[in-house]
Design a protein around this ligand. Sequence first.
Ligand code: GLU
Length: 526
Amino acid sequence: MVPLQCRFLNKPGVFRILAGTSQVNRGCCREAGGSVSETVRVRFAPSPTGFLHLGGLRTALYNCLFARQQKGSFILRLEDTDQSRLVPGAAEAIEDMLDWAGVSPDESPRRGGPVGPYQQSHRLELYQKAADALLESGHAYLCFCTPQRLELLKREALRRRQTPRYDNRCRHLTTQQVQEKLDMGSPHVTRFRLEECVEPFQDLVCGWTKHDVAVVEGDPVIIKGDGFPTYHLANVVDDHTMGISHVLRGAEWLVSTSKHHLLYKAFGWKPPQYGHLPLLLNKDGSKLSKRQGDIFLEHFARSGYLPEALLDIITHSGSGFPENQMGRTLKELVQQFDVSRIMSHSALLDLEKLPEFNRIHLSRRISDACLRMELVSLLRAEVEKAYTGNITDREVLETDYIERVLLLRKGHITRLTDLLSTSYSYLWVRPSVPRKQLEAISVEVDKITGLVLGLLQAGSPDRTTDELNTELKVLQGQVKQTKYSETMKLLRMALSGQQTGPSVAEMLISLGPYESCKRIQRALSS
Ligand code: GLU
């Protein structure tokens, strides 16, 4: 069970920046039985320096699962303070893709909410006030070191084979020296005075942890020369002012957490509970490469993969669930998610299995009458696009026909777009098969086709593929000089113009008796 802290957001949108004072009014909600309940508020805080990829989706998903399960709120906050690295359109696309994936936030830049704005670039005043409070309490100081001096320090450290770090020189400036530099208009940044004694904290995933930041790092910049905050300050101020109760984020931030705790301590705020999610790696343990372009959600959406298949595969490989099972829906993921089961070792993603995951979820959609209708519309539009001008028989665009095709191919296709491939073109376009081609397969063309036409005209229109299969086998008894496999080859050719494909029985059923007869007769007379 997650240790819940006593944090509660009861008057949203009220910010007060004073060191030692909680910014958002929080409180404990004591329930009738005396137990303490807490409003769970989690957030996904990507930087719009790129589009949403599978690793980001997984972080967002775990937060969303936790919020839904704990009846809390899931917030999207865009950390866009590094203006030089912003990618145009990325902010919009991230929220679009979360919606597409079904991992929609409750509060976000687009949706708004009680503690907005939800984009850091719109909250600059808040960070400046927070930094001023730290300056006033002596936890921060102004630094006037020039880029040249910092570069020199760096080079010197590298020459001595040491990790470059700021030497905290400006910590020791007197008030008078600072004032003189300010009067001269000297450019400056604000740095946070790192405390030496770091307390360990209990991470939900990694257990007890601490990083002696002051031993390995110089005092970090919290407000840059351009007035923008750095990640650490903005992140802490926002998590606090947005009433975030739990931070579930990538393991790469684990080393920064002690620094964040020091900031919380300096402000006099209670930190949220942290849980650092292990990295998502390729099956062979290598890093998921964003450069390949094929781990971005847009790529999967364009390639016909279903969002639920992606959610399933990214949670399948990782931990957080009692068992590793395929085919879970978002609802099931919410029910089964258990934050205490997240393991600290990396999660391996086997993308080769994605088609199989998609097949399972596509079958599920086809089985659902409502979702099936959406697939019908989607497929109709795709067919019209793919076969513009080639569709002679408009009946193939009718709902009944497309629905029949979907139900017959359920479990066989991995993506809806499979039905647009050449092997399925017979479904949408009448083939033109010369009689000679049928005669090359068997000398009994008239006999076989005559029997099949009779069967189609006489039998029940509701027969199943299995029933039709049996009838075809019985019919074969009357064919003397042609093997069963050749009979099927001939029929498949007449119906589809192809040598391979689904069974003849399935073809006959998907095309329906009228269209099947028409195709056979057409081939006979050509
Ligand atoms: N902006 C950071 C990122 O892109 C957020 C890290 C955090 O969740 O604290 O990963």
